[in-house]
Design a protein around this ligand. Structure first.
Ligand code: SF4
Ligand code: SF4
Length: 452
């Protein structure tokens, strides 16, 4: 069967068998312990605390916010007392300003978003409520959802696509959510279609999830929504690849956005959480995390409160069976290697992957042999070798001129590279340097304008 797909991409080992048939278990510690909430770690402006040391908080109470449009507030998942506001290590390895809450183990609930609003929201209030719920892309990108749902007025949205591809190896949390809670995902999509009445809804699922495809198809009774099986190929779940597979359209290069081709793409869990915000007035306080890898005794999908220490998740899976050489936040292709497991679960923590030396691929970087395999793999049709060479000689103008800012950091080129070149890291460095130069230029222009 010719299933919809895109050009380029790779086929890494899936690794999903470890957890795909395991129902979600709830991990909700009922003793007193610390929960940690970094004020940043989403795309956009960091939040500022709206609580102070010593304050008593309830589960589901807002603890940090900002006036910036591109940002999202933070909520405590637990009831307890604010113990400190101080830098704590995050999964990135950086020390992030954080609110530390000593839980009382009781999860005493705060008023819901509906209680605070005073009524059930009307469609005209959905986007505001979604912003208030603290929702960001829960696939890992953490882009504020209300911003996605606020396209420029001249853009007509014709497709709302639920990104249920879950193409990242090892991760199965979205798959399990579709099997266990299909109706909430469909209702979440229906709420979004109320915001964009000219759009149709499509739930795009990679074809290696037959049970999820069957269940979502059986539960969907809405003629405006369809379930679309997609070819299994990494990175099928990258926004631009998914739009190509579902609609046949290419999203133009940056700064173009999905809305430029009439699309909005939402992750599966994000869509489920939209339902929770609009139907039940619930903010984002918990998520499902796939804890997996050959170094974990009993891999599982765990539903956990945000802010919980990652070490607790690993303990709940029986701990390490063998010394891991790599622990990754996320999956093996786009995840970030963790310096410590004593960091909190955050909104974007889709998985914790612990690998032994048998499966963790750690190789010495060799010289480029100009084989072109990276070019074949790149779904953005870039020239990875050329970009890599440009970054290594700090020639960011060439990097930018050859489309380096369009790199989606999918890692397909590095996966295909026989010389184990650290290509993805090179592009991350290149993009960071270009962004830093842009920020500097903008600041200088502002300074000049103010001086006039
Ligand atoms: S250059 Fe960027 S977009 Fe292309 S394969 Fe490599 S990481 Fe992916
Ligand atoms: S795949 Fe690796 S070795 Fe081959 S051209 Fe690309 S960077 Fe060079």
């Amino acid at each position: 069967m010719n299933l919809p797909t895109f050009l380029g991409g790779v086929h890494p080992p899936e690794g999903k068998a470890l957890t795909e048939n395991k129902a979600v278990e709830i991990l909700r510690p009922e003793d007193t312990r610390e929960f940690v909430y970094p004020l940043a770690l989403h795309i956009g402006a960091p939040c500022s605390p709206i609580v102070k040391k010593g304050d008593v908080v309830l589960a589901g109470q807002k603890i940090a916010d900002t006036d910036a449009f591109v940002s999202a507030p933070k909520y405590s998942a637990v009831s307890g007392t604010v113990k400190a506001i101080e830098p704590r290590m995050a999964f990135t390895g950086a020390m992030e300003p954080s609110i530390v809450i000593e839980s009382d183990g009781k999860y005493t609930p705060a008023p819901t978003l509906h209680d605070l609003l005073g009524h059930k929201p009307a469609p005209s209030e959905y986007v505001k409520l979604i912003r208030e719920s603290g929702l960001v892309g829960l696939g890992g990108a953490c882009f504020p959802t209300h911003v996605k749902l606020s396209p420029p007025k001249d853009k007509v949205i014709r497709w709302v696509i639920v990104n249920a591809a879950e193409c990242e190896p090892y991760l199965t949390c979205d798959n399990r959510l579709m099997i266990d809670s299909p109706d909430e995902i469909i209702k979440g999509l229906e709420f979004v279609l109320e915001i964009f009445p000219q759009a149709q809804g499509v739930i795009g699922i990679e074809n290696n999830k037959p049970e999820a495809i069957r269940i979502m198809t059986e539960h969907n009774k809405n003629p405006k929504i369809s379930v679309m099986p997609l070819k299994v190929k990494y990175p099928q779940g990258a926004e631009k690849m998914l739009i190509k597979s579902v609609t046949g359209q290419e999203v133009p290069l940056v700064p173009a956005l999905p809305a430029d081709v009439g699309c909005i793409v939402l992750n599966t869990r994000t869509t489920w959480q939209i339902y929770q915000a609009i139907a039940n007035g619930k903010p984002v306080t918990e998520r499902i995390v796939t804890v997996t890898g050959d170094a974990i005794v009993e891999p599982k999908n765990l539903q956990v409160p945000l802010g919980l220490n990652v070490r607790e998740l690993i303990n709940a899976c029986g701990g390490f069976s063998d010394e891991p050489v790599k622990v990754i936040s996320g999956g093996p292709m786009m995840g970030i290697a963790m310096r410590s497991i004593d960091v909190p679960v955050v909104k974007g923590t889709s998985g914790i992957l612990a690998l032994t030396s048998k499966l963790a691929y750690i190789a010495e970087e060799g010289s480029c042999i100009r084989c072109g395999k990276c070019v074949e793999a790149c779904p953005m049709h870039l020239e990875p070798t050329l970009l890599d060479h440009a970054v290594r000689r700090r020639d960011y103008a060439t990097f930018e001129a050859h489309g380096g800012m369009n790199c989606i950091e999918c890692g397909s080129c590095a996966y295909n590279c026989p010389a184990s070149r650290h290509l993805t890291q090179s592009y991350k460095n290149g993009k960071a340097a270009v962004n830093a130069e842009r920020r500097k230029a903008a600041a200088e222009a502002k300074k000049k304008a103010e001086a006039k």
